[in-house]
Write a protein that binds this ligand. Sequence first.
Ligand code: GTP
Ligand code: MN
Ligand code: MN
Length: 364
Amino acid sequence: PKPNIDPTAVLIKAYACQRRTPLKHHNSFLTDALEILSQNAEYNDNEGRSVAFRRAASVLKALPYRVKNMEDLKSLPCLGDHSQRVIKEILEDGSSREVESTRQSDKFQAMKALTGIFGVGVRTADRWFREGLRSPDDLFRTGQQLNRAQQAGVQYYDDLQKPVTKAEADVISDIVEKAVRAVLPGAEIRLMGGFRRGKEVGHDVDFLITHPEEGKEEGLMPKITNWLEEQGLLLYQKTTRNSYLEKMDGPARAPNNMDRFERCFSIFKLQTGSERASVSGWRAVRVDLVVSPYSQFAFATLGWTGSKLFERELRRWAGQEKHMSLSSHALFDSKQNLYLRAKTEEEIFAYLGLEFIPPSERNA
Ligand code: GTP
Ligand code: MN
Ligand code: MN
């Protein structure tokens, strides 16, 4: 689309958190392929390989031009031999044999279907695959033992496979706001995840909730879920308590994506269709609710905006380049041996020595 860009003059930084990555870019024909290989590596429990392909794809998402030949890639970071081979084949032949055979393989398709069930991770899916199971129907047929989340996952499988639209996310926002206002006036609610980054569809809707008076937010989640239950709006919910303690969870803890906020994985019953009762129905929608103390709200906001790779790269940057440890709760400076307080995302980027990247350009 922009023929006058000289690819050799474009400088792309090595960490995704140093780059602007828009939602729409010029190289989906390559990034889709690399992401298949990334996903397949994840299914095979090879995290290093999975991240390598994901980083390669992410670099191509940040390019202001469509890749035409291998020369265009000369000065780009994060493109390993394997990724380059795949790209070369696609540029020359239109597709990569490795990617196509992966996409069509029994294992890939089964793992995709099984991990696509809410409550099912790679480990469980892999065990089922080795037992010969391939789909949610197979689980049902063979009477597999399922936990409560997985039962809901199988029950609402078709609905949960359907992307959630921004319009549906807005309706859910209104409901969540109403619920929160009813149980804790003055609380603040923010739409997070992919929708905050400007996505038009998502696999779920993510919310972060806080209250300007620190402490008021304690124990808030059960009140919210009770309110929602009473209105008949919840098909499933599992709440976990806040277990964060700065003393124990701070610098000593290994960097990890999972945080310790009070949170709720849920499935909403969302009314759909027109107002006329005769055609109104409902669908199931996955909703994540997270409650954060006000003092951690900026970190929680940064941590729950994503993308997943952007988050991972922020933490890697903090550790490797700044001797700091970043989580969704706090930023710890190992050199000064102290926690750095922040009220806004901008302040956190500044502490990290990074240019501020707005949410819409964190689609790494
Ligand atoms: P879609 O929902 O697929 O549209 O994309 P998304 O980017 O919204 O993904 P998701 O809902 O899975 O996650 C939203 C953000 O929250 C991402 O940045 C995740 O890294 C982050 N996230 C998800 N689960 C956790 C968690 O347990 N702890 C922390 N700290 N972050 C999480
Ligand atoms: Mn999401
Ligand atoms: Mn989520």
